[in-house]
Design a protein around this ligand. Structure first.
Ligand SMILES: NC(=O)c1ccc[n+]([C@@H]2O[C@H](COP(=O)([O-])OP(=O)(O)OC[C@H]3O[C@@H](n4cnc5c(N)ncnc54)[C@H](OP(=O)(O)O)[C@@H]3O)[C@@H](O)[C@H]2O)c1
Length: 381
């Protein structure tokens, strides 16, 4: 039986890698592209060209990909009643990877895309006569503002609040998936990746990874606060010297997700933490940022009283800097017991991160990473 898959967010940082994996096993696919956001087929083709696909592969893409323009934020995804129903009836599985990952976005804007968008996608799945399976891409950061301890795959609550509106919107989207599954007696897969990274150098035609956004914010703040000032101003920011963050190679995350989708569903909501088995120490992230932006970052326990102009500017981005104080771990027992040791990925270290962030030809100064020990995951802790 031919299974027809539809994918949202296929032009995104993760979605492009999911698409690559899904094309390994699906002859054709429906791409639910962001209406009015540029030629999706062209952007997808450029990704494959830039990542070494053969001419034969890229020239075959127009015949393999059916592009349907949608807007997640609109009822019926912005489609006519008839087009919506035809789309729903033609699919067996929906991968929902589209979303807004704006860590500094406001809640109403994030809800439109992430929560209402998920609602509309679930309505599509409910309408489909072939009862399409839903694969929902969430985030490990639905764990919210709990900065210590262990976050488990079956947990979903707002007891600790959230570091930013993005986390809250993703939490609310997951709640919708649970309600939908109960009401429709349908299974769903919820995939919760941690922070996704790549060692592929930045390219203007490709979506950038989240740390690059942080680098741009720091650079802009540095330029605005002190355009002609001394070389490397000091900035104090709240963080923990023993903090650590989970960063995972985006290619590996996509592979794990597609493999998890091949498992027999339990019948309810199957939730998986798609995370690295070793966290990256916060000091490594700080070193990385200091090498990218001419700043000297000092981690402090509490917000400084007399903030400099630069510190005041960075204070506008609390949803981003909060992560420097994180020391929690994500338990991924379900992934490990489903996929075994093959779910383990290569180390993410300073060299790897530098490759994916630095302007072409700029070398990493020294090798401070050598002195920093990686933290074990929840499993090994
Ligand atoms: N990146 C990470 O580190 C990370 C970590 C954990 C979880 N996640 C989750 O993974 C998913 C994908 O993230 P990503 O990194 O691939 O993000 P991304 O690079 O920003 O891509 C977002 C995708 O969503 C599409 N999109 C945005 N608004 C839309 C709308 N209104 N209607 C239809 N499509 C829309 C975008 O299309 P255009 O490009 O055409 O606008 C793009 O294809 C998200 O759900 C995110 O929450 C990401």
């Amino acid at each position: 039986m031919v299974v027809h898959v539809a994918l949202t967010g296929a032009t995104g940082f993760l979605g492009l890698r999911l698409l690559r994996r899904l094309l390994d096993t699906n002859r054709s696919l429906t791409v639910l592209a962001h209406a009015g956001s540029g030629d999706a087929l062209h952007r997808i083709t450029r990704f494959f060209e830039l990542t070494g696909a053969t001419e034969a592969f890229t020239s075959g893409l127009p015949a393999r990909l059916r592009v349907v323009d949608i807007d997640l934020a609109q009822p019926r995804l912005g489609l006519s009643t008839r087009a919506f129903q035809e789309l729903a009836d033609g699919i067996d599985a929906i991968w929902h990877s589209a979303g807004s990952i704006n860590l500094e976005g406001d809640l109403p804007e994030l809800r439109r895309t992430n929560v209402e968008g998920t609602r509309h996608l679930l309505e599509l799945a409910a309408a489909g006569s072939r009862r399409p399976v839903v694969h929902h891409v969430s985030t490990a950061f639905v764990a919210g503002a709990r900065r210590e301890g262990v976050a488990y795959e079956d947990e979903l609550d707002d007891a600790c609040g959230f570091e930013n509106a993005y986390e809250r919107s993703k939490y609310e989207a997951e709640l919708l998936v649970h309600t939908w599954c109960r009401e429709h007696r349908r299974p769903a897969l919820v995939l919760r990746p941690s922070i996704l990274v790549s060692d592929m150098p930045p390219h203007p035609e490709l979506p950038s990874h989240p740390l690059l956004v942080i680098e741009r914010i720091l650079r802009d703040a540095r330029g605005a606060a002190d355009p002609h000032g001394p070389g490397r101003p000091r900035v104090r920011t709240v963080g923990h010297p023993h903090g650590h963050l989970n960063l995972l190679q985006v290619e590996h995350a996509a592979e794990v997700m597609v493999r998890l989708a091949g498992r027999t569903p339990s019948g309810g909501v199957d939730t998986y933490h798609v995370v690295h088995d070793r966290d990256v120490p916060v000091p490594t992230v700080v070193t990385l940022l200091e090498q990218l932006v001419p700043l000297s970052i000092e981690l402090v326990a509490t917000k400084p009283d007399a903030a400099s102009a630069l510190e005041a500017l960075l204070d506008f981005y609390p949803g981003m800097t909060a992560y420097l104080a994180h020391r929690r771990r994500f338990d991924d027992t379900r992934v490990r017991s489903s996929l075994g040791p093959s779910a383990t990925s290569a180390p993410v270290d300073l060299d790897y991160l530098w490759s994916g962030l630095a302007p072409p030809g700029r070398a990493l100064a020294g090798s401070p990473d050598a002195s920093v020990t990686a933290f074990p995951s929840a499993r090994n802790a």
